[in-house]
Structure formats: C-alpha cells, structure tokens
Design a binder for this molecule. Sequence first.
Ligand code: XMP
Length: 338
Amino acid sequence: MTIDLTGRDALRNVLQQLCGAAESYTMQHYLAAQLAEVRQQVGSQKVLLGLSGGVDSSVCAALLTHALPGQLTCVFVDHGLMRQHEGEEIEAAFADHDLTLIRVNAQARFLQKLAGITDPEQKRKIIGEEFIHVFDEESAKLGTIPFLAQGTIYPDIAESGSDGSEVIKSHHNVAGLPEDMQFALVEPLKWLYKEEVRELGRLLSLPAALIERQPFPGPGLGVRVIGDITQEKLDLLRVADAILRQELDALPAQSRPSQYFAVHTGVNSVGLKGEQRVYGPVIALRAVVTGDFMSAACAPLPLELFGHIAQRIAVEVPAVSRVVLDITPKPPGTIEWE
Ligand code: XMP
C-alpha cells in the first residue's frame, strides 16, 4: 500500500486504518512507516546529516541508522560554544550506531571570527555563517552524497504555512543552504510534534540525556557570554554552568525548572576570597518555568538552593567574584540574555 503523505492528519488516519479498529496508532507504527518510506526514497545511496546534538537531529540520526545501516554520514561541527563535555557526550551517544560520525573541531576559527565582536545580532550572524562554511567544506570533502537529512519537525512546517512537501526548511544546522543545492531532502520527523519526537527517541533507545535535553540555542554559549567572546570566558562559564546544571538536574522532575543555565555577564566586581581581594567576572543564574517558552517566570526554588549554588560557583571557579540571580519574567525579559 502506498501512503500519500499529504498531511499529518492524513498520515495518522492511514496508520490508524492499517492498525485496524482493535489497535490504536502508536509511535511504533509511525517508526515502521518512516523506516519503509526512507528505505524506498534512498535505496542504497548515501545520506548526509548535520548533527547538532539537539533532540531533533539526534532522533533523526538514530532513525536513519536503523533504516539505512552504514549509509549515513553525520557531520558534527564543534564551534567551541558547547557546554561542558557536550561534544564528547554526542560522540558517545552515537559510538555504537552504524554510521560515520565526523566531528569537526572548528573552535579556533569561530573564536577568531568572533574576536572583539560585542553586538548580539552580529555574533549570531557570524556564528550562523561560519557554521555553513564549515559544513559546506566538510560535505564537499565527502564527494557526491545525493541526500541531505534534516530533523525538521511539524511545527517548523506548520509555521511556514505550507503542507511541507516542497519546503526546504532553514534548520539551524544547515540554515542558508543555497536554493540551487543538489541534495534531495530526507525529513522523517516532519509529521511529529516535539513530545512525539522524544517518544520516538526513547523507542530508538537514545540516552535520556539527549532526549530530555533543554532547548539550547544554535549559537550556543555565544549568546550567553555578554560582550566580546574569549576562550577564557567560555571556559569559566562552562564550569559555572555545569555546577548549576548538576544541582538542578538532581531535583525531582516535578520541581525541576523548564530551562536553566549560567550567563557570563561581562561585568567585573570585587569579591573577597579568603584574605584575597579579587576583581573578576559576575555570573548570572537563569532558571525559568514555562510551558511554551513564549512566556516564562523565574523558577520558584528556595533561595537557600540558589545561595548554595552561588557559594559553590564562587569557591570552585576562583576568578568569579559574585553570582547573581535573574528573576525577570518573560515578557518583558527574554529567557536568553542575547
Ligand atoms: P528567548 O531568549 O527568545 O528564547 O526567550 C526562547 C527559547 O528559544 C531558545 N533560543 C534558541 N533556540 N536557536 C535555537 O535553537 C536560537 O538561536 C535560539 N535563541 C533562543 C532559548 O534557549 C529559549 O528556550
């Protein structure tokens, strides 16, 4: 039977019919249908995927290795703006999958391009453009690969106002691909909402740390270091952020905020460490509760907990002079600082 993929509801109806009245449609049926679809589309050819470590591209990679073992090449561009150990975690998550994973260590060239840049929009633009350059260079080295996979999900398509079948969605890991690009797109998640993508990821045995991952901006820590970006600031922020995450990760799920991270404010203040006066950076803590990320409130956690985290950061990161808590709701604030 040929499935006419004209829309999410149509697909659901077809899958429901295939299941029969006695059985209801599950993610297992979606997976089976997409494995068949992808195999039919790609045959024995090769597929390229930009792997960011985000939920969508990770689930997409896992699905494609099930469908097409040995045919998938993933390019993971490490721009040096990842959180602590994030690159290694992504590599480890896919180590025993039957795919080729190319990690491009592009940290130095990103830092070079960003040197002295303080304007947030300019930073985002530089990071986005450099990402495309690195991705293009790497894919050119691989020779001809006819298919490009993307972790496009249904809200991306719905927001574009199209039925999705002809859309080339600008996803952050391949944004800006030229209109005359030679790739045919493979988008096996395009009928799913985010929570369904997570369910599919669990079905494909991806580690919980990848599936439950909080939103993380494409420009990464580049928008969490205020002012100019340096290696020193990034390294310091990574340690402070890891402490915050370690403490809040340990909370029971029902009291864990929706998103939490540290920000390097770019401001210096005076502190006293032992007998020593320090003049060093101020770190801000951001922890919010939100349903849709369009509005958000400071997570209602005990001040003692924030005090404990501030104490840990100030002690464990010697250069840090002070830790502050951002209590601004969204709106008027945004969740990220830049
Ligand atoms: P704001 O800061 O606008 O963020 O309140 C809302 C949510 O979006 C995330 N965010 C991004 N995600 N690329 C992304 O994939 C980006 O450039 C980006 N900027 C912000 C942010 O972390 C929050 O969850």
